[in-house]
Design a protein around this ligand. Sequence first.
Ligand code: AMP
Ligand code: MG
Length: 600
Amino acid sequence: MISVEEALEKVLSYVDVLGPERKPILDCQGQVLAEDVYSTVDIPPLDNSAMDGFALRAEDTRGARESSPRYLVVVGEVAAGSMPTKEIRPGTAIRIMTGAPLPQGANAVVQFEDTDEVSRKSSKKDLSRIGILCQAKKGLNVRRRGEDIARGNLILQKRTVLRPQEIGVLASLGHSTALVIRRPIVAILATGDELIGVDQPLAPGKIYDSNTYTIAAEVSRYGGIPRILGIGRDSVQSLTDKIAEGIDADMLITSGGVSKGDYDIVKDVLAEHGEVGFWTVCMKPGKPLAFGVIKKVVGRTKRKVPHLGLPGNPVSSMITFEQFARPAILKMMGKKVLAKPTIRAIIEGDITNTDGRRVFARVMVTRRGGQYRASLTGPQGSGILTSMAKANGLAVILESSKGVKAGDMVEVQMLDWVEEQGMAKALPIVSIVGKSQSGKTVLMEQLIAEFKKRGLKVAALKHSHAGMDIDHRGKDSWKFSQAGSDAVCISSPDKLALIKKSDHDLSIEQILPIIGPEFDLILAEGFKKSKIPKIEVHRKELGDDLLCCPEELLAIVTDGSLDTLMADSCKLPAFRWGDTAAIADFIEKNLLLNKQSNIS
Ligand code: AMP
Ligand code: MG
């Protein structure tokens, strides 16, 4: 059996980012830009008004108040879309609408509400004069030419995913089309003698083919173009013919026929026409999975298409699609973020993992009391598609876990959340923050020792403002660095150190991938500005106040009394300094996945 990660890596190694196509901007939603877009215009093109009001010289409003207006002569009016015909001289104003170009000589706009226009109108007074009721600063309500976009600048970078706002930016630049990475065409084939199409009457022993529709809808959801090949029968000829119809697609997805049943001939057909891998993947549901490349000579050209053979059971086929086909489609579309958005939630029922596979359990996630809660959506058989219809997430139980009990923290893949640029996967990381001299490092040492005692693999991460002390002068690593190397890696039989130069202070999201994924817990010290969960160390002698806002903290560790005003008023869990076991329990409960649970 291979792991989910190994299977995914293999699938991704068979697909590449596709070529570009130029098309109308409205058809590009969700696609990835294949060109850098520069601006050939200034936006706004001219200084213009941000309000309906009067364009004037700020100098002319000096000292203006409601009780002593400054009166100006109104010399004209300018609407959005037209150019001013008059200019502003001292003592004059021009009535101006939002978006209209600012007249020559004007340097501010006073909105109608701050003039006496309304009262003039109601008392039928002369409108060739206007009373200004407040003093305006230069630039008031003026939008500067090029303040949004300046001509010649790089506005949208290649590889940007086009969302409604980017499509709007393209339109604002006057682009009617964009060059984007094209959408993959995904051929979909259902297999099985028992299947009939949804437009046929149901016959004895038959079932409707649902996988075709689930898979096609999934393909569209992730930006691909589904091409439905229909139903292949459990015969070599039928499958061979159907597969040939999918040969010029970017990917072929079949469902069914990959398990150990007598009629499971997909394998045999593939073995004859392509290079295939059949795997049992260490997951549940969805153990049998086929993957390979189908090759065929069409006319004079050799064609080949990556093929993913999903299991037939409707739930298995959807869950394996999510884990393997979805990232492959996203990769072909040029997307960088392939990981499914994941949260941590408290599970509301027990899940057992009897045979050490990765379990994907269908759950409904809700948010209550500031925390996500996941409840199982009923029977978890791999044929029960309605349990998938009731779910909005998949709780992931690792192969190393025997299961979880109600109340444990689990990782949940959110089925309906969009993969987002820059949305980091929820990781087991907590940062110890506090004022200087509050004892952060001591608490770090205590916690590291405590978690090691509990058998966890712990990484410590420290932010240091003042250089680092492993890079000693005169050592080889230092010499390499002096010679100009951008990174120096020193490895010995039992340790590895990487000194990598950086032109800016890296964020925690940039550091974590360098640390690596193999740790059960990452304890960080400092990083008070990052968004990771934080525990603040508080010392009475340094004052009652906290360094971070309470909303950003998970808990407080203090040497004051536990019901100090401060901890009490912000309702945060507070721990006594030195009560390391309780702090460690709290971190486990709030951050660690089910690895620690022991259901027997
Ligand atoms: P197989 O992997 O071909 O052995 O199929 C496993 C189970 O999934 C069987 O009960 C099939 O009837 C069912 N199944 C296979 N393909 C489909 C499909 N396209 N739609 C609904 N059920 C299917
Ligand atoms: Mg079958």
